[in-house]
Write a new protein. Sequence first.
Length: 154
Amino acid sequence: MARLGRHAFVITVSGLTLVLSTFNILATPILIEAQVPVFIKATGNHTIGVRIVSPKANVTVPVGPLTIHGISSDTPQTNCKVYVDWNDLKPMQNVTAKGPGGANDYSNWTYTYTQNYHLMAPGINELTSKITCFDSHTNLTSKYYSVNITGIEK
């Protein structure tokens, strides 16, 4: 391991050279047995998260269809996707990206619960959002956020 100034180090392990700093991680390609280049990408200091912002937790809503709005840590530069469910009913549903970066920017998102998946029911409804970020089609990590709302008859 060699030091590159106050906040950076170079580490070489089995042909992989990593330059580490307090701000980011850079990687160089390595070769595996089949001699196919593999790139190791790191998320650096990018922390992932997701949140339902509307409706707020512990509110009452009419039973039936409901549109929710959320935010996440996704950016046009990250490869993340956001899903939702109702009371842990699988499969999780794809949300609609509404971020300024376009169709794959989930920094802002919406989803409408309809009869095609599940309507809001009388009583407690647990709404869960999930963000999953990928690197070269490999699931890196997922985070969840849930709110409980109460469905009431009109």
